[in-house]
Design a protein around this ligand. Structure first.
Ligand SMILES: NC(=O)C1=CN([C@@H]2O[C@H](COP(=O)(O)OP(=O)(O)OC[C@H]3O[C@@H](n4cnc5c(N)ncnc54)[C@H](O)[C@@H]3O)[C@@H](O)[C@H]2O)C=CC1
Ligand SMILES: N[C@@H](CC=O)C(=O)O
Ligand code: NA
Length: 440
């Protein structure tokens, strides 16, 4: 049978990985897919660089629309990124009856509902394994492997750049900016790295996982998003002394009133496997009723690891392209007419435990006042650590750090208690609050 014809839009970090891995493993891939998979045309604005990568046997063009318009192309692979031209191209490819593979989590988290509806109407597949945790087959696991289960929660390290930064800051004492530059050099960071460090990229991925886990539409606008830019090396050290590591987690959880969807730095007990995921590696923990806890670990970014997921989608589509569209795996795991309207809860309603660091005057009664305010708010304390006082100069001007770990309480109650503690004259600097997840 004639090889399935692929049009590749964008041949940067991921696109070049797709080209190289497809070329290297072409026999093995053909044996698995039952048919050859051939890149027929590449579109990239940088035609010269694209030609250097693919050589003279493959057609290279600057205009991605020419690829979509080519009737010989069966599958369009979008590896440009962003919500602008990429959205138009994906919708145009669907309208032209092409199957689409994309690694673009930003696009799917924000415009997924429109894109999946268009694909459903046209009877084509939009595959996106590379969009969440790169090379880890987490979409496949959630959508197919765990399909018997009622999923309770998912917590993941799903941004390699921030995990790399936190790991290097903790283990080598390096500065944030130095490590970020290195992550960019290694091809982990997004074109705009603020998406990584402000938690937006992780929130895109958590949004997609949330939809697949709970059968709800993709709702990035409802996600709570907090990045790592305000974390200090000091908090990383204190957390360690208390038996925790700080990780940027993407969390989505089914609770009585709806679904939690949040990304923020979290203290995680050091003994958990996920706390020991270092460098640019990703890991996702899934808690489900029948299977229990499962953990998925691997490279979530980089050229060939991400290409591995893109090509897995190409193989899936090659196998499924001829199947009756009604019997394909649904885009979001649940049948498109069976999505539920479970609400994503506002952050104030989320229940979790907390790490608090207060810079306080070293005076009698300070600890009692702070703990008194927490008791008044019905927030129970799990542990307290008080550092030896620092003399910051001037008479009576010793200060100290007071670190408090709490048990679970509602975020809105914690916000109110923090506001009261902050107003105490003996609390000398903005209070640091980091959420804590036991993940058991
Ligand atoms: N780099 C990584 O490790 C991962 C990236 N992704 C996603 O994969 C996608 C691609 O990322 P990268 O390969 O890292 O980006 P990149 O910036 O390395 O490559 C993008 C390519 O698209 C080309 N391009 C830009 N506008 C174009 C247009 N209008 N027409 C044709 N070509 C155009 C650029 O010249 C460039 O070669 C993004 O959605 C990204 O979020 C997903 C997982 C991991
Ligand atoms: N910028 C992302 C790339 C993969 O999605 C990351 O750092 O994980
Ligand atoms: Na993946």
């Amino acid at each position: 049978m004639k090889p399935i014809q692929v049009g590749l839009l964008g041949i940067g970090t991921v696109g070049s990985g797709v080209f190289h891995v497809l070329a290297r493993n072409q026999q093995e891939i053909r044996r698995r897919a039952g048919r050859g998979i051939e890149i027929a045309t590449v579109a990239d604005l940088n035609v010269e660089r694209a030609r250097e990568i693919v050589g003279s046997d493959i057609q290279v063009v600057a205009d991605a629309r020419a690829v979509i318009a080519d009737p010989a192309i069966d599958i369009v692979v979008e590896l440009i990124g962003g919500y602008g031209i990429a959205k138009q191209l994906v919708l145009e490819a669907i309208a032209a009856g092409k199957h689409v593979v994309t690694a673009n989590k930003a696009l799917l988290a924000v415009h997924g509902t429109e894109i999946f509806a268009a694909a459903q109407a046209k009877g084509v597949i939009v595959a996106f394994e590379a969009a969440v945790a790169g090379g880890i087959p987490i979409i496949k696991a959630l959508r197919e492997g765990l399909t018997a289960n009622r999923i309770q929660w998912i917590a993941g390290i799903i941004n390699g750049t921030t995990n790399f930064i936190l790991s290097e800051m903790r283990s080598k004492g390096l500065d944030f900016d130095v490590v970020l530059k290195e992550a960019q050099r290694l091809g982990y960071a997004e074109a705009d790295p603020t998406f990584d460090i402000e938690g937006v990229d992780a929130a895109h991925k958590a949004t997609i996982m949330s939809a697949i886990a709970f059968g709800i539409p993709v709702q990035f606008d409802k996600a709570y998003v907090e990045g790592i830019t305000k974390l200090s090396a000091q908090d990383i050290r204190y957390a360690e002394q208390l038996g925790y590591r700080i990780k940027l987690l993407g969390i989505t959880k089914r609770v009585d009133k709806g679904v939690e969807l949040r990304v923020h730095p979290s203290l995680v007990p050091s003994k958990r496997l996920i706390a020991n995921v270092e460098g640019a590696m990703n890991a996702v923990v899934v808690q489900a009723d029948a299977v229990g806890t499962t953990l998925y670990y691997g490279k979530g970014a980089g050229s060939e690891p991400t290409a591995s997921a893109v090509i897995a989608d190409l193989v899936d589509i090659t196998r499924l392209a001829t199947a009756d569209p009604e019997h394909r795996v649904p885009h979001l795991a649940f049948q498109h007419d069976a999505l539920s309207d479970l609400q994503v809860l506002p952050m104030g309603e989320v229940v979790t435990s907390y790490y608090l660091r207060l810079r306080v005057a070293d005076q009698a009664g300070v600890l009692a006042k702070v703990t008194g305010l927490l008791a008044e708010a019905d927030i129970s304390i799990d542990a307290v650590l008080q550092r030896e006082a620092d003399d910051v100069g001037g008479e009576g001007s010793t200060q100290t750090d007071l670190i408090i770990l709490t048990h679970d309480c509602q975020e809105a109650r914690m916000d109110a208690a923090i506001a009261k503690m902050q107003a105490l004259p003996t609390v000398l600097a903005p209070i640091t609050r980091i959420r804590k997840e036991e993940l058991n």
